[in-house]
Design a protein around this ligand. Structure first.
Ligand code: TRP
Ligand code: SF4
Length: 403
């Protein structure tokens, strides 16, 4: 990644246990799609796991490799995406530290996940410095690669928003230089008459009318300039929005819209509800879990009519079944034309068919741990090169280069 990063995607996942169908449908299928469209960086957020598992670190070590195997098995392709482990890139920690100096405590305290998670995980003492700083660490993850797009679920959008505020603050404090405006004007001139005119028009539309499209177009225009120095590009980008250079660009959240994967009990599938089917679950266990799954509680006898809307099995049909199958369920459930065992059969088959190739590929990777390690080593090296570049720049603008 370099300064033209708007097409770079970055996302992380905490290694806190086995991956299940919820991860596949909620996150991984989206990553698989994104890897074809963008330059993607996906990483294991082991330091983030530590914020809640600091007294139980064994689960992290075990989950790290399991998770990477699962990623590879579902089709995250190391030829397309860069895969790495957070703690192998110490620059995340350095940027976290440097930004911590100027991060207002109140900004951290008011992020909704802070209090929510403390409430939810009451069996853990989360009144810690590390846990408060969770979103700051996440910001460092994003900004250290200058990522433009961050695929996240609803609950994480506030963290990306916080990252944007921090980036803005950082640029404002450290991107100032004397005679910024003169330098920016010189830089505009260097773009040539036509582009300079276009740049000024777009800047005006953005500044006077808040036209976000114009801002995007102007940013793209600056990024494609061939004969402009990196320093001038940063001035041109910064001048669009304010009076300082853009050192750390603001990322955008790419909201993952997939419907929530239901669990075996109809609630969201989640390890804490114990309603999951893991990606490497054995066929026998999958079959048993579906067979014993709750159905419409009003349907006690085979002859009682049922209502799919009150049945967790129907939630699975919505994800796995064709239109004809769904019509078949709807008609025959409410008329007691089929029994629940019969109704569940296509679900069992769909899940087995979905997970069989994943299980097989996972087994292959488990048999070749060296190849998995090589993939990660390569990803870490690539990530680290980018992170190093950013930190050199950050140290420089913060006045921390002593020669
Ligand atoms: N906090 C994210 C989660 O719980 C994981 C994460 C850590 C992350 N660092 C990130 C996601 C950076 C996106 C970008 O799901
Ligand atoms: Fe649920 Fe299907 Fe049984 Fe109806 S027939 S209650 S949808 S499992």
């Amino acid at each position: 990644m370099n300064s033209s990063n708007s097409q770079h995607v970055l996302s992380g996942m905490r290694p806190t246990g086995k991956l299940h169908l919820g991860h596949l449908h909620g996150v991984l299928n989206n990553w698989i799609k994104l890897q074809h469209e963008y330059s993607c960086y996906f990483f294991v957020a082991d330091w983030h796991a530590l914020t809640t598992e600091y007294d139980n670190t064994g689960v992290i070590a075990q989950s790290v490799w399991e998770m990477i195997v699962d990623w590879l098995a579902v089709g995250i392709n190391p030829g397309e995406a860069t895969l790495f482990i957070q703690s192998k890139i110490p620059e995340h920690a350095e940027l976290h530290l440097l930004m911590s100096m100027s991060t207002p405590l109140s900004w951290l305290e008011r992020i909704p996940t802070y209090k929510d998670q403390q409430q939810k995980l009451q069996n853990k003492d989360l009144s810690t410095y590390g846990f408060l700083g969770y979103p700051l660490l996440q910001s460092a993850d994003i900004l250290v690669y200058k990522a433009g797009l961050v695929p996240v679920g609803e609950d994480q959008v506030a963290h990306v928003e916080f990252t944007r505020e921090l980036a803005r603050r950082f640029n404002h404090i450290y991107g100032r230089e004397t005679n910024f405006e003169d330098k920016a004007r010189d830089a505009i001139r260097k773009m040539g008459k036509k582009n300079a005119k276009l740049y000024k028009e777009l800047r005006k539309s953005y500044q006077e009318k808040g036209d976000g499209e114009a801002l995007n177009t102007a940013q793209a225009l600056v990024e494609t300039q061939q004969n402009i120095s990196l320093g001038d590009k940063k001035r041109l980008l910064g001048y669009l929005e304010g009076e300082s250079k853009t050192i750390l660009p603001e990322p955008e959240a790419l909201l993952t819209k997939t419907g929530k994967m239901p669990g075996l009990d109809g609630q969201k599938m989640s390890k804490s509800y114990q309603n999951t089917i893991s990606l490497r679950e054995s066929p026998a266990s999958i079959e048993k879990k579906i067979r014993t799954m709750q159905t419409d509680p009003a349907r006690i006898r085979r002859t009682d009519p049922g209502n799919p809307e009150k049945c967790p099995v129907w939630q699975f049909h919505k994800i796995y079944s064709t239109t004809e199958q769904k019509t078949w369920v709807k008609e025959n459930c409410s008329s007691a034309g089929i029994g629940c065992v019969e109704c569940k059969q296509p679900i069992i088959e769909s899940i087995l068919a979905e997970l069989a190739p994943i299980r097989e590929r996972a087994l292959n990777f488990i048999e070749e741990p060296e190849s998995v390690r090589a993939i990660i080593n390569e990803g870490c090296e690539k990530a680290r090169d980018t992170a190093r570049e950013t930190l050199e720049e950050v140290r420089q603008v913060m006045g921390l280069v002593y020669r």
